[in-house]
Design a binder for this molecule. Structure first.
Ligand code: GTP
Ligand code: SPV
Ligand code: MN
Length: 593
């Protein structure tokens, strides 16, 4: 069917026309409009089981669940092949790879020419965010990958309801995707923010291919958010309920594979549970927020599912995630046990018979699961999924948290003194790279607000946009920085992390309520050891020193590094951030003297 069902002559004309245009270019054998129904999903799965795209897992232990094995050279996001194509190069900024829009289109259209011959072209209308929320935005992804359709059905509100909203609004983000030949040399992920358009070719993996996620909900949305006065962020959202039954919502930005899913699904330590503390999951990766009429920031999770890192997920580290993925889950690039159960390093039970490539497992040939192997599952299957996640008005945010993997220097937690300082803390974030993107792992790089790979415009303008929220009548959240990954001299993590991170969240919320102590330092307000509840957490003297203290000389050097980093953006960098950096550097120098 070439046009949307029952739509001729409506506000879907633009969509129909685009679909026809794409079909003329890509030459598919047939076109299928996706309605998101169960029968559609079943037919897709049947096809994918028949051609080996999906391998059914053990139906007794993992009903309606499958394993998908990617092409071995297509297992992560490809930042070096990801482009932002704005008419002015400076609008994309030094934080993005840039190409002129005309060149980008020519390059991509050359790749797409005839690429769907003999294939089905799927048209996927989707909504990012609750279908009836004014904060939500719609898109349409055209793809030749049934695996992408199945994942988009879990990750977004996909199908008839989204199409109806698109018809009502008349606007949508256009995403064109083809797996091509999965050739790493013929692979590009291109964004045209001024045209609300994405073109992605040559990869079937996660953030490269599920265009609603990083491409739309972050790169395109961040651009849209700037012009419309909101924020599109790489943040989890959680609700923290205290024993009095009050819930505070926290949004936290950590780079890829740095703990968002785990924090969003946190189970409080035993003593806290008995006292009545609870954590509710609103989202684990992306947060869209905008000021409400009361001046507070209100946030929605634009996604409907989780595309979570498998390795390290266990009954001990993340029981909510493990409970979520017992049924109706697609696993990508995990290992397999002899009885067809999914397996990964850190699962803690069972043993692998096959690795992620499908070879017999050999402990000398690398891990059984790829380090960036993932599960795709509906958020509704998560025991801690918050009822408020479906609230069209969003949830009010009390605290924003930034954090990265920092083996040295950065203490467990500190609080920014005000919004402008908080924006600098976010802008100065650093983290060691992980397996979520191709390239070296463990290399420290600046990753402002965990958005380095995802901001669809110049970081200097992005920081200015963040600063602009501090306006008359605003009741902004407090901003904090955390580091769960500080290491001791023996190279081991000094902080237990996971459930125990609640102790730090408790301190933050008490700071918000004015009920917890701290010491003011040039880098921000640091808790004293006695300000955080450490009952049952044995910390060595080294751990206490490094988690709760800070090294002035080393921070002076860090502030120097931050200054040079801000300078890379030239005169576009807001002066307010530069003066924040100088204020702190001066205060540090004074106290050292
Ligand atoms: P993306 O989906 O790539 O954006 O990742 P994410 O930020 O959601 O990361 P996730 O929660 O999946 O965690 C990534 C890895 O960090 C996993 O191997 C976790 O086991 C590990 N991890 C998460 N939280 C902690 C923590 O508090 N301490 C330590 N040491 N490791 C953690
Ligand atoms: C990330 O890399 O931050 C992810 C996975 O959440 S992906 O969808 O591949 O972007
Ligand atoms: Mn992510």
């Amino acid at each position: 069917m070439a046009v949307a069902p029952e739509s001729a002559g409506s506000r879907l004309d633009a969509l129909n026309q685009w679909v026809l245009e794409v079909a003329r270019l890509t030459r598919p054998e047939r076109i299928q409009w996706c309605d998101g129904s169960d029968s559609e999903f079943e037919a897709l799965v049947e096809r994918m089981e028949a051609d080996g795209t999906l391998l059914p897992l053990n139906p007794d232990t993992h009903p309606r669940s499958w394993l998908h094995r990617s092409h071995p050279e297509d297992v992560a996001r490809v930042e070096h092949l990801t482009f932002v194509c704005t008419s002015e190069r400076d609008d994309a900024g030094p934080n993005n790879h840039w190409m002129a829009p005309a060149d980008g289109h020519a390059r991509m259209d050359g790749l797409f020419d005839g690429c769907m011959r003999g294939r089905t072209m799927y048209v996927i209308p989707y909504c990012m965010g609750p279908i009836d929320s004014p904060l939500s935005r719609c898109g349409v992804e055209i793809t030749d990958s049934p695996y992408v359709v199945a994942n988009m059905r879990i990750m977004t509100r996909m199908g008839a309801a989204a199409l109806a909203r698109i018809e009502r609004e008349g606007s949508f983000v256009r995403g064109l995707h083809s797996v091509g030949e999965l050739d790493p040399d013929r692979r590009f992920i291109m964004h045209f923010p001024e045209e609300l358009t994405i073109k992605s070719f040559g990869s079937g993996y996660g953030g490269n291919a599920l265009l609603g996620k990083k491409c739309h909900a972050l790169r395109i949305a961040s651009h849209q958010a700037r012009t419309e006065g909101w924020l599109a962020e790489h943040m989890l959202i959680l609700g923290l309920e205290n024993p009095e039954g009050e819930t505070h919502y926290i949004a936290a930005a950590f780079p890829s594979a740095c703990g968002k899913t785990n924090l969003a699904m946190l189970i409080p330590p035993e003593g806290y549970r008995q006292d009545g503390w609870k954590v509710w999951t609103v989202g684990d990766d992306i947060c869209w927020m905008r000021p409400g009429s009361d001046g507070r920031l209100y946030a929605i999770n634009p996604e409907a599912g989780f595309f979570g890192v498998a390795p390290g997920t266990s009954m001990a580290s993340n029981p909510n995630a493990l409970a979520s993925i017992q049924r109706d889950t697609i696993f990508t690039n995990v290992g397999l046990t002899a009885d067809n159960q999914p397996w990964w390093e850190g699962l803690g039970v069972g043993e692998p018979a096959f690795d992620w490539r499908g070879n017999a497992y050999d402990c000398n040939a690398g891990p059984a699961a790829h380090p960036n192997s993932r599960f795709t599952v509906s958020a509704r299957q998560c025991p801690s999924y918050s009822a408020e996640a479906e609230n069209p008005a969003g949830v009010p945010i009390s605290a924003i948290v930034f954090g990265g993997r920092r083996a040295s220097l950065v203490p467990l937690v500190f609080e920014a003194r005000d919004w402008a300082h908080g924006v600098l803390v976010g802008a100065a974030m650093g983290s060691e790279t992980t397996a979520a993107a191709t390239g070296a792992v463990g290399v420290m790089r600046r990753d402002p607000m965990a958005m380095k790979p995802f901001c669809g415009y110049n970081f200097a303008d992005y920081f200015a946009h963040w600063l602009s929220f501090d306006s008359e009548g605003a009741r902004l959240p407090k901003i904090f920085h955390v580091n769960w990954f500080r290491k001791g001299d023996d190279g081991k993590f000094l902080w237990p992390g996971f459930g125990d991170n609640l102790r730090v969240l408790e301190w933050m919320i008490k700071r918000v309520e004015g009920r917890a102590g701290a010491v003011d330092t040039p880098i921000g307000a640091l808790p004293r050891v006695e300000d955080v509840n450490l009952d049952g957490v044995p910390l060595t003297a080294e751990a206490r020193d490094k988690l709760f203290g800070f090294d002035r000389q080393a921070w002076l050097a860090e502030l120097d590094g931050i200054g040079s980093y801000l300078d890379e953006y030239g005169p576009r960098m807001p002066a307010a951030l530069r003066s924040e950096q100088q204020r702190i550097a001066v205060a540090l120098a004074r106290t050292t003297a």
